[in-house]
Write a protein of this length. Sequence first.
Lengths: 368, 300, 246
Amino acid sequence: MKQLIVFIQKEFLHVFRDRKTLLMLFGLPIAQIVLFGFALSNEIKNSKIVVVDYSKDPVTTQLIQEITSSQYFNVTRGLPSATGIDAAFKRGDIKMAVIFPEHFSDDLIRTGKATIQVIADASDPNQATTVTNYLTQIVGTYNARLAQASGQPLQIGVQNRMLYNPELRGAPNFVPGVMALVLMLVCTMMTSVAIVREKELGTMEILLVSPFKTIYIIISKLAPNLLISIVNLCVILVLSDVFLDLPVKGSILLLFFDSILFILTSLSIGLLLSINAKTQQAAMMSSLMGMMLPTMLLTGFLFPIENMPLPLQWLSNAVPSRWYFIVVKRVMLKGLGFSSVWKETLILAGMSFFLFAVSIRRFKTRLQ
Amino acid sequence: MITLEHITKTFSKGSVQAVKDVSFQVGEGALFGLIGPDGAGKTTIFRVLTTLLLPDAGRATVDGLDIVKDYTRIRERVGYMPGRFSLYQDLTIAENIRFFATVFGTTLEANYDQIKDIYQQIEPFKDRRAGKLSGGMKQKLALCCALIHQPRVLFLDEPTTGVDVVSRKEFWDMLGKLKERGITILVSTPYMDEATRCDRIALIQKGAILSIDTPQGIVEAFPGKLYAVRSGQPFKVLQDVRAYNGTQTCFAFGEALHVTLATDNIQGLSGYLAGKGYQDVHIEPIEPSIEDCFIHLLKD
Amino acid sequence: METVIKTDKLTKRFGGFIACNALTFEVYKGEIFGFLGANGAGKTTAMRMLCGLLAPSSGDAAVAGFDVYTQTEKIKRRIGYMSQKFSLYDDLTVTENIRFYAGIYGMTGDSIRAKTKSLLDELQLQGEARTLVRELPLGWKQKLAFSVSIVHDPDIVFLDEPTGGVDPVTRRQFWDLIYHAADKGVTVFVTTHYMDEAEYCNRVSIMVDGVIAALDSPDGLKRRYDCGNMEDVFYQLARNAKRKAD
């Protein structure tokens, strides 16, 4: 028994003397509470929606007023043409379109029923459901008031159309998210570990003291991971087509091109992490802690970025997977072409070249 | 071939002084030994010379090239065997050699004659993974990998540490043969007895050089006479000899004590010991070993 | 003479490979027993069996009077162990290390305090009581590690190459400590690669290819093999070893 106490005492000493781990042990829960409590939420506020009013009568005006004043929506008026709405959805500018047909209040008074048309972007089915529910709630409340005031049983219906994902399956949202996560983690971790392993073995010393150019060392470390990642990508795409019924709607070539840019970015991050890590364990820890958390939280597939506090939104701009996620959703799910993702592609290209250049420059050709 | 001038290196922002103002030279074709215990600074000096570390102060050249300005050219032409025989554990002997040959832009076939003497001893096992080799074989493999590109200068950092006695002897025989081919060799070792197999040695402790000379020169520089005191009970006699007021230093060396006396009065000591009841005590002058010299230099 | 270690045809097999082959020997109380052998000869395996860390394949052995098959926990209480690789916890202070090991070996509060003080005095480390072990010079670490390994006054202490890489002066100071311990009745079972240290032992055994090729006092061995020193004796026995490749 005494031995046990002595041993436990010693373990406490070890833990408290390891400053770095201590920081993580106490810092992480606090960070998480702050993040999850204040910054991240599943609530969706200020969703951009479009409201089109073909009727322009007192009922629609009032209802639209309610919708506009709600904190859940950020309303744009107009865009009367169908193609305009379609394009806005494709670009991801709006999450929902609310359309009041002609003679809305006339229909309501005469037949006791009128229906609002709602179109929602269901590529994130949770978001779509939430947003349409908010709308239904507002409409329902207004409906009840109106019915009471007028003394008649009036019914304002809502007809939902879920775009891109009518069955509201989860796969269209999480497959792109998983792609981003997997590629990011595999590349970062494997690359950083591969380089640090040479350092630990001592063979890095011999490689450095040789005519072998450093750039070759780097390329040879990156090459297998690049190949493995491409294979992984193919496997994920095939699996999602065969088992999840989620084929690539757009250009596969474009998808691969952007994927390779993203892979290069992740590989470069792995390189950077390997430069300061002294042990394989440290390399793994820093890539897991350093990359997994931001990737999961700030990519946009678990928590919508638009609803985060501004500083986090700015931060998410620096997370490569966020841009890749957009590209995958647009190309794979919505079948869009280069013209819709040129901005994101450019950002990814810029990130990958920048990080690659920086990591090569900082790669230590000496031991210190 | 190798020169160091006032090389100083510290770590941890100056709190650890690994190498303090070290200067020495190694002539072409010489076998030079850097002798000292763990932590003396041997590996740091090697890393500075192979351009893996930048010194805080001082200059050094290898084959006429400056370690700071011409480091790429130095890296192309030296052979380096770092401590712990850094080899790829999951590659076979043949694969390791082929890899290092390629890294240096050459092939095993082109240089086979050069490493034949050593390689033939491990060739029968060439398909065995490096991780499964004994210490002695790892040593030989690492040496082959360092020699494969016919370097003119070889840096061997503690190649005999952790290896059995027989392999150690064989290794030094191999080094002797390499020296005959005109290769300049800088070796470090914690084993004092290996010092005698070098042309010249530098004794180093705690980052500072204690002495540089040929082994014979260092031995001759030992001040005064050294005596070996042999008796049947080394430990007891150690206490008593230390207590004797004519004794300057007294250290255990296996079955004998190595003693220096204030006035070289052997009779006095043997009389004292007889008085303590020791029979059969032999005292005779001996030539100091490198270890004796090292211990003596440590006292200063 | 009292026997503290007694083995009878002690054998260890790993699959088809016989690491230790029918080892039979005795070690007496208060002896400094040198256990030599080349790498791969089977030394470490033998030591592990005697410490109760590895079960033998066949044969018998008793350490401090306890059987190595059935009474390993009792053995562990009566022995100490120190090796070159393992020593002390780098991120604990000198005092914390002493107190920890004393506690692990079953010592109680008062005796721990007394022992800590006497240990610090003996090694002249009073000023470093609160220093983290990682900041001690190597030589001091080794000496401290040895003292800690015998903090509970064990019957036998096993030392696995305790002086590797240490400077010559500290090495001898270390052996002073070993002598003192042996004087007090602790049996010392030590392996080393330094042949001059073999001379400090009362008796030496040399393992080659899994068997004990020779066992005698250093003088006895030198006479038998007609050599001037232990290094030549060792070399004669080891150079014909077949296990160089493994």
